[in-house]
Design a protein around this ligand. Structure first.
Ligand SMILES: Nc1ncnc2c1ncn2[C@@H]1O[C@H](COP(=O)(O)OP(=O)(O)OP(=O)(O)O)[C@@H](O)[C@H]1O
Length: 268
């Protein structure tokens, strides 16, 4: 279980995340939603310790991860794998080597410096690629792949870390609809098949409703909604997105007159 206790992060006078309390049960698929600047990325970066909280604590199974240093901190980062909008692959390296980077925390310093991968590590990396139907691309340069393929490589790299939780920061923001589905299905499979907790920032409310068990809605750094997707009413969506609603509510707007009214305010 991941627990955030009164977590805040300020940048100068700006409060990116303000006094957030959250409990995320192991094995859940949680969508973090909210307009641009709401604090979603900062929240994920705090959990992974890419940023440190100004106040509050973050606990994983009772261990205060905000206090970890050195090797223990590296172990924690390895247990909570990050997936980014821009994939963060090394373009000039082949796909298999990119996935092997996820094993760095598991090998000795000498092996990691010299990039000496064991046959076992290579087999684990190849198997992860095959899980996401991209085993045949193992020898290709990462920058020769489509966006959807690159994101699947990034997911495979996250999986070989053997993570307890995956933090996905707008993983489909730069993908077309077909690749969006492939990547979201891959995250769902990781969650349902392997039981790995997924915390996923999403701009699209439709996708968040379709894939997540629970939605956490953020506005101005605060959690303003926390519940099942079905409990997210048109009123709450309006509070979360304001004038942005038309951008984030897609297909459902055509079906639900209440949502359509938000999505097309000018026509009301
Ligand atoms: N390193 C930083 N320095 C200064 N301000 C920051 C920094 N990181 C985030 N912020 C500010 O904190 C607020 C929250 O940003 P954050 O990126 O977490 O929002 P977000 O909900 O993820 O937005 P988006 O959907 O656009 O990625 C924003 O106002 C942002 O400008």
């Amino acid at each position: 279980m991941l627990v955030l206790e009164r977590v805040s992060r300020r940048f100068g006078a700006k409060t990116a995340v303000g006094n957030v309390d959250l409990e995320i049960a192991a094995g859940s698929f949680v969508g973090v939603i909210g307009r641009s600047g709401a604090g979603k990325s900062t929240l994920l970066r705090l959990i992974n310790r890419l940023a440190d909280p100004t106040e509050g604590r973050i606990l994983w199974d009772g261990v205060d991860v905000t206090a970890l240093k050195g090797r223990k901190l590296r172990e924690w980062r390895s247990r909570c794998a990050m997936i980014f909008q821009q994939f963060n692959l090394v373009g000039r390296l082949d796909v298999l080597t990119n996935v092997l980077m996820g094993r760095l925390a598991k090998v000795s310093t000498t092996s990691s410096v010299l990039r000496l991968w064991s046959e076992e590590d290579k087999a684990i990396a190849l198997s992860a690629l095959e899980q996401f139907d991209i085993g045949a691309l193992a020898a290709q340069r990462a920058d020769s792949l489509s966006g959807g393929q690159q994101q699947r490589v990034a997911i495979a790299r996250a999986m070989v870390q053997d993570p307890s939780i995956i933090l996905a920061d707008e993983p489909i923001a730069s993908l077309d609809p077909r690749n969006t589905k492939v990547v979201m299905d891959a995250l769902l499979r990781i969650n349902k098949h392997f039981g790995i907790t997924v915390l996923c920032n999403l701009h699209s409310l439709d996708l968040a409703r379709e894939y997540c068990d629970r939605l956490v809605g953020m506005a101005a750094g605060k959690v303003v909604f926390d519940g099942a997707p079905a409990a997210l009413t048109a009123d709450v969506a309006r509070d979360l997105y304001g004038l942005e609603a038309a951008d984030v509510i897609g297909a459902e707007a055509a079906l639900d007159p209440a949502v359509a009214a938000i999505a097309r305010p000018a026509a009301a």
